[in-house]
Design a protein around this ligand. Structure first.
Ligand code: SF4
Length: 123
């Protein structure tokens, strides 16, 4: 083994170890940011729930939240004549509650809301 080989090997080892440290650090930073954003989301939801119970998703599972997002649910319909209140899948609010629901996912639903599954009520 020549002196030149030794320095090349040393150089490669240093590159690998510093690269590992770099990517490990990035991974840790990324995990920290993810936890922060999750906490911010929960805080926002809790804040919103105190103001508006129809926006309270604190008791709703992530899977159900993804369902409503996947259906493109919005709390205010962009189509004036089509909203949750006149959708065949809408569950009207009970007498002591402010928010309705939907057959397709769990959680509160605004009567003014809308999603891609809107269906006309047949008479
Ligand atoms: S299917 Fe869509 S439009 Fe109909 S009640 Fe559910 S969320 Fe509203």
């Amino acid at each position: 083994m020549t002196n030149k080989d030794y320095s090349r090997r040393k150089f490669i080892n240093r590159c690998i170890s510093s690269g590992g440290l770099f990517f490990g650090g990035l991974l840790l930073l990324n995990c920290g940011e993810k936890n922060k954003s999750s906490k911010i989301r929960n805080d926002n939801t809790k804040q919103n729930s105190s103001k508006d119970p129809c926006n309270d998703l604190t008791k709703i599972s992530d899977g159900e939240i993804k369902k409503r997002q996947g259906l493109g649910y919005v709390k205010q319909s962009a189509v004036p004549e089509n909203s949750c209140s006149n959708c065949a899948l809408f569950i009207p609010a009970k007498a002591d509650e402010k928010c309705g629901g939907c057959i397709l996912f769990k959680g509160p639903v605004y009567a003014e809301g809308h999603c891609v599954q809107w269906a006309a009520i047949s008479s």
